[in-house]
Write a protein that binds this ligand. Structure first.
Ligand code: ATP
Length: 354
């Protein structure tokens, strides 16, 4: 099996190799041969190929079903690359990775603000209020004059239908409750269409799933006050990005929040956090989020290929990460003393013990 690996920028250069080692150990223990395919993206690619996302990287990803993407620090790129789509957005757009699935689950041993949170945000990833990806050519964000800036939001029935199916199918395997998050009292056509199509899909195809809907601002308050009451939350691109940082912090920390980006055929593991330039290169980053993202990626592959060895490897990684934290080994963001390398060693040892 071939899995792509992209270090990215900042802490990616520490957390991606740590994650790769754990995935390699778990898949080997499950009897799966993995052929790792290293691909440049970000500052490394600017130096070697003159662009943050080389065509050769995209061409290789085209051949792969799965890869791990390290975070990118596009704000740190040379000026001429800064107005462009970020590497993550290019990859999501190119491969139509429409579903960004971001679980937020309180971890034992982590002092979280909401102790028994167990929810999943299903974020539409290809359109919505993030204008930069809404055009065939050019950007949906533009400035007619130096003092006026505009942005074009886009919501299509097709994109709403497919993200709704992802959310409702997921809810069927969980607590059968979907909350649709929108802002239809103000953005009545765009987010109103999102709300209505999601509800139609739920009512027509998933009659056993309870549906409710909330305005995004009210939802932010509900998550803080009663985050344990939610199961699956489906929402548009920007709302999902913001709410998932909130749920990450409420359930633990940004460093523990995993995510995958998926199309019908491809799956990309990508932590919800960014490149954290403030702690990069200091052996302080928490690799939990990326390790759990990689575990999710293996689970998606296992389900798609009907290969239970992949599901077992996924389970071993998640359990090893959770047991490690529960045993008191944690990085500084969780109040612990472990370095990235020490944390990774402990997870690796626990993965191999299974
Ligand atoms: P982006 O917009 O690319 O998602 P961001 O602006 O949201 O990035 P991050 O890079 O995610 O910012 O960092 C936000 C804060 O969280 C920083 O203080 C950073 O150090 C911290 N942080 C993020 N990820 C981790 C991690 N894996 N381990 C420890 N701290 C982290």
């Amino acid at each position: 099996m071939r899995i792509g690996v992209i270090l990215g920028d900042g802490i990616g250069r520490e957390i991606v190799p740590a994650t790769q080692r754990v995935v390699a150990a778990a898949t080997a223990a499950a009897g799966i041969d993995v052929d790792w395919v290293d691909l440049p993206v970000g500052l490394e690619a600017i130096e070697s190929h003159g662009t943050p996302i080389p065509d050769s990287t995209l061409a290789t990803l085209d051949e792969l079903d799965a890869w791990i993407l390290g975070p990118h620090d596009s704000a740190g790129y040379p000026e001429r690359f800064r107005g462009q789509l970020t590497p993550g957005a290019v990859v999501r757009k190119r491969f139509d990775l429409f579903a960004n699935v971001r679980p937020a689950r309180s971890l034992e041993g982590v002092a979280s603000m909401v102790t028994d949170m167990d929810l999943v945000i299903v974020r539409e990833n290809t359109e919505g209020l993030y204008a930069d990806r809404n055009m065939f050519a050019g950007s949906g964000e533009f400035m007619p004059t130096p003092d006026v800036a505009m942005a074009v939001g886009m919501v299509t029935r097709k994109a709403c239908e497919r993200i709704a199916h992802t959310a409702f199918a997921l809810a069927c395997a969980r607590r059968r409750h979907v909350t649709i998050v929108h802002k239809a009292n103000v953005l009545s056509m765009t987010t109103g269409l999102f709300r209505d199509v999601c509800r139609e899909v739920g009512e027509s195809s998933y009659p056993d799933v309870r549906i409710d809907d909330e305005h995004v601002d009210a939802m932010a308050a509900h998550l803080v006050r009663r985050g344990r009451d939610f199961d699956v939350i489906v929402t548009e691109n920007m709302f999902g990005d913001i709410l998932s940082d909130l749920t990450a912090e409420l359930s633990g920390s940004l460093g523990t929040a995993p995510s995958v980006n998926a199309s019908e055929t491809k799956v990309m593991a990508q932590a919800a956090h960014g490149a954290a330039p403030d702690i990069a290169g200091r052996n302080r980053a928490n690799p939990t989020a990326l390790m759990l993202s990689a575990a999710m990626m293996l689970e998606v592959l296992g389900d798609r290929r009907d290969d239970h060895r992949l599901n077992a490897a996924s389970r071993w990684i998640s359990e090893a990460v959770r047991d490690t934290i529960c045993s008191g080994v944690a990085t500084a963001d969780l109040g612990g003393l472990a370095s990235t390398a020490e944390f990774a060693e402990t997870v690796l040892a626990r993965t191999l013990r299974r």
